[in-house]
Design a protein around this ligand. Structure first.
Ligand code: FAD
Length: 566
């Protein structure tokens, strides 16, 4: 039922923060309550700009700065009759009096503003380590248009110079690519042993290879220790292991901290993850105050735990819900969040949804995993590109827990299918039944999502149990590793101690294997080894497993696994 506020419902709704969550809340509040007095307060110059587009403007892929301004204050006033106040910094909330203290940055004076309902959407701030040099003119963070303009200005004429990007998360990697595009020489520093922490290490390894392929100098497992200055500028980045990297430009992208000061000082409850605690309609511990976006904690859809998930999608959806509830006292609840995210890194695309292995460990849950290489479209149609799908699923309920994909074309489509499936509680069997669109330029009759489902289903049914590359080292010494690839593939490199019998000779050479000892079948990607497993299982071999992901995963993603002989 649609709740339509009456003419007298002219409540005052104040929204703090005018970008993703705040702008969504304001626009939705107006659409649901024509009579409310809606005020959008933003401390900076701009409202409703595309922060996700900023790296691409820096790199020159987006050329028109105005395109980043999704909606101007004039549009908010004209279309939505919203009182937009830029350069107005909300300093404090007086909850008993329902007022805000606001600093007008242009006039340099403070004033009070009353509210009936308040929506907090103050976002998050880039983490800046407390070390000397972070305020130097060649050290940058990227959060808003002012940062972007400063970076662009610095980069003009900087081609050939050396940039050090600290932090290998989504924004760090986008900036690496864009700075590379601007002709800079790149070094990337990351404290963890891998880039892209939301991905599991072996999937992130594929992204690392792509960075190396483009000449990015990587310093993984090594943090920023100090910045060395000369003539008022940073000239070198000193790493924790003592290494010193020359730098003309330093980009700090080591994560964000939720802006919770206003809420905390007003006595609103924070959660364990450090964000503002909210209920399913985004109300804080004060029912007249809502909070959304990077500043809050959402319930993670798979882990069922409160987490900070600083992404634009949840911020926009939560803003819409808070805006509607603030305007009408009604709204559908915010569904739990999966943390679905995607990034392009040069010619590769990496995407993730739901739980990764760390998240499963937090849940103390059971998980099984398959890695499935697959083409984005029919191999016979020109331009097919391979992707590697990692699927995590629960062995008792068969529910899909999460997925990660690294590849080229079509990664976006598959991660969204999987996110949708997880959102509606799909099992691995459900994936095999999806009726997906197919024509050769777009997909295969068996889509990568189907293949991931079939593979996981085979694993769970025992039709073809899988062993992961990491588990190879734990297998009993008596295990026979059976490589069923061609002679050319075998000669290019194989696992130490493996027995080589090409698939088309297997049926006639079964006696070369011991039926009483375990067998692990191996091929390039997992398909031929699966066929071999089925042959062996139907010829009396009792203990047969297939190496999931095959040598593709083993050699590309897990180079530190048991030896490969060439
Ligand atoms: P914001 O959009 O940051 O808005 C918060 C606003 O509140 C700011 O403008 C701030 O000035 C204002 N404010 C704060 N305190 C006060 C105060 N006291 N008074 C008045 N105003 C205040 N997410 C994705 O999902 N995909 C992407 O590709 C992606 N790319 C990104 C690229 C970059 C460079 C950045 C910075 C972020 C990116 N994100 C991406 C993250 C996404 O932009 C954020 O998750 C989203 O903007 C959060 O929305 P928000 O409303 O919580 O905060």
């Amino acid at each position: 039922m649609i709740h339509t506020p009456s003419r007298i419902d002219s409540r005052t709704i104040v929204i703090v923060g005018g970008v993703a969550g705040g702008a969504s809340a304001a626009a939705r509040a107006r659409r649901m309550n024509e009579h409310a007095h809606i005020i959008l307060v933003e401390k900076d110059e701009h409202v409703s700009f595309a922060n996700c587009g900023l790296p691409y403007y820096v790199g020159g892929e987006i050329t028109n700065r105005d395109k980043l301004l999704v909606a101007t204050p004039e549009k908010f006033r004209g279309w939505f009759n919203i009182d937009v106040r830029t350069r107005q910094h909300v300093l404090s909330i007086d909850r008993p009096r329902k007022t805000l203290r606001i600093l007008d940055r242009d006039k340099g004076r403070e004033y009070e503003q009353v509210y009936d309902k308040l929506v907090l959407a103050p976002g998050a701030s880039p983490i800046v380590p407390p070390i000397e040099g972070v305020n130097a003119p060649n050290v940058f963070t990227l959060r808003n248009l002012a940062d972007t303009d400063a970076i662009k200005q610095f980069l003009d004429g900087a081609a050939g110079k050396r940039a050090v990007v600290v932090g290998g998360g989504f924004i760090g990697l986008e900036m690496v690519e864009m700075l590379h595009r601007r002709g800079m020489r790149l070094a990337l520093v990351e404290l963890l042993d891998q880039v892209l922490p939301p991905l599991d290490p072996e999937m992130a390894h594929l992204v690392k290879e792509e960075l190396e392929h483009h000449g990015v100098e990587l310093h993984l497992g090594n943090g920023l220790a100090a910045l060395e200055m000369e003539d008022g500028k940073v000239r070198r980045v000193v790493l924790k292991n003592g290494e010193r990297l020359d730098a003309d430009f330093v980009m700090l992208s080591i994560g964000v901290r939720p802006n919770v000061k206003l809420a905390e000082e007003a006595g609103l409850e924070l959660g364990k993850a450090g964000g503002i605690r909210v209920n399913e309609v985004m109300q804080t511990s004060d029912a007249d105050i809502y909070a959304v976006g990077d500043a809050v904690e959402y319930t993670h859809a798979v882990a069922d735990l409160p987490m900070r998930i600083p992404l634009a999608g949840p911020a926009n959806r939560a803003g819409r819900i808070a805006g509607e509830h603030a305007a009408t006292d009604h709204a559908a609840p915010m569904p739990p969040v999966l943390g679905t995210a995607i990034v392009r890194v040069f010619d590769k695309v990496a995407a993730v949804t739901g739980c990764n292995m760390r998240c499963v460990a937090m849940m103390q849950g059971h998980v099984r995993t398959v890695w499935v290489p697959a083409n984005d479209h029919a191999g016979y149609y020109p331009g097919a590109q391979e992707m590697l799908v990692k699927l995590l699923y629960e062995p008792t309920s068969h529910k899909v827990l999460g997925a990660q994909i690294v590849g080229g074309h079509g990664v976006d489509k598959r991660i969204d299918i999987l996110a949708t499936a997880i959102r509606f509680g799909a099992t691995v069997e459900d994936l095999t039944t999806l009726d997906l669109a197919y024509a050769p330029p777009f997909s295969s009759a068996k889509d990568p999502v189907h293949l991931a489902g079939f593979t996981a289903e085979n694993d769970l049914r025992g039709t073809s149990p899988f062993v992961s590359p990491a588990q190879l080292a734990e297998l009993p010494d008596s295990t026979q590793i059976l490589d069923v690839r061609t002679s050319k593939e075998w000669d290019a490199g194989h696992l130490d101690g493996a027995i080589w019998i090409p698939l088309d000779e297997l049926r006639s050479r079964l006696d070369e294997l011991d039926r009483n000892r375990p067998v692990v079948t191996v091929c390039r990607a997992g398909q031929r080894s699966y066929y071999a497993t089925r042959i062996l299982m139907q010829h009396g071999f009792a203990d047969v497993q297939t190496l999931t992901g095959g040598m593709h995963l083993h050699s590309h993603a897990l180079p530190a696994q048991p030896a490969v002989t060439r």
